[in-house]
Write a protein that binds this ligand. Structure first.
Ligand SMILES: [Mg+2]
Length: 299
């Protein structure tokens, strides 16, 4: 069994207690949460992390198809794979199971080997999808968001927050010298350490990405400009005071410059917001580096 899938949490939804007992016995190697109605299941997916759902079709009040439809309509639950449990083997039911978004179906009475095999296949697939998603959205060197994912999430933040939204552009000062004087491995170490230092200081809801080379960007929300300015001062000073070990024997210190722009009334796109932050970064570079510059509101 591939790593991780045994720690998966499976939600089993069935109005029959005896069916639930059976599933629990068959899947006793997994963490299984039972629910006896669609309503309970929809509440549980809100509060628990669920990797896979086994869903009975025939249930009073809300049937399995209705539950599945709701799950697929909800952002947080739409990607959880659903395997239908059904006593019906007619083609219409099976077609409906797939049409509402199910990935598979298992017919009752359960054959333990079959149920186990299908659960395992779909958990492994899900695990693989998560891994691929991670690889597709991360910068391979630093593990923070890559450029494409950063812009996608930044765009989302921009459409969600009309105010209290901030863009920050950061750039390591004289980074070329690190590569020239100490080699590219040292450069990579500095880049990794840089993202680690910044990540540790950013609020957890920030979107932090590497745009390319030694350039990074952050989109975040805050209740007041002063909080972001304080954060930037902290980032600039912490960074300048951190010794980075580029080999067992050698430590170096770098500085970084950053530019920040709040979203103003006239800021009409995420590109414009980032451009304003970039202009502030440019000014920080022009006026001596190792500092932050805030883009003032235009009159
Ligand atoms: Mg039933």
């Amino acid at each position: 069994m591939s790593d991780g899938i045994q720690q998966s949490t499976i939600l089993v939804v069935d109005d029959s207690e005896s069916n639930i007992e059976m599933v629990l016995a068959i899947l006793d190697n997994y963490d299984v949460i039972p629910a006896t109605s669609g309503k309970d299941a929809l509440e549980l997916v809100e509060s628990e992390h669920i990797d896979l759902i086994l869903l009975d079709i025939l249930m009073p009040e809300m049937n399995g198809f209705e539950v599945c439809k709701k799950l697929k309509e909800t952002e947080n639950t739409k990607d959880i794979p659903v395997i239908f449990l059904t006593a019906q083997k007619d083609e219409d039911s099976i077609e409906a199971a797939y049409l509402t978004g199910g990935v598979d179906y298992v017919t009752k009475p359960f054959k333990p080997v079959e149920l186990l095999a299908r659960v395992k296949v779909h958990l492994e697939l899900q695990h693989l999808i998560h891994k691929l998603e991670y690889l597709a959205t991360r910068d391979s060197l630093t593990g923070i968001y890559n450029r494409r994912k950063f812009f996608e999430l930044a765009e989302k933040m921009f459409s969600t927050y009309d105010e209290n939204l901030y863009a920050i552009m950061l750039d390591i000062d004289f980074f070329k010298r690190v590569n020239d004087e100490h080699g590219h491995d040292a450069g990579d170490t500095v880049l990794r350490k840089t993202t680690e230092i910044i990540s540790n200081l950013l609020p957890s809801t920030s979107v932090f990405g590497r745009l390319g080379g030694e350039e990074f960007a952050v989109i975040l929300t805050a209740s007041a400009d002063e909080k972001v300015i304080h954060l930037l001062d902290k980032i600039v000073s912490t960074y300048a005071n951190t010794k980075i070990a580029i080999s067992p024997k050698q430590e170096i210190q770098c500085t970084l410059s950053c530019g920040m722009s709040p979203r103003y009334r006239y800021t009409d796109s995420i590109d414009e917001l980032l451009k304003e932050a970039d202009a502030a970064l440019y000014e920080a570079k022009q006026t001596g580096r190792n500092r932050r510059v805030i883009r003032a509101e235009r009159r």
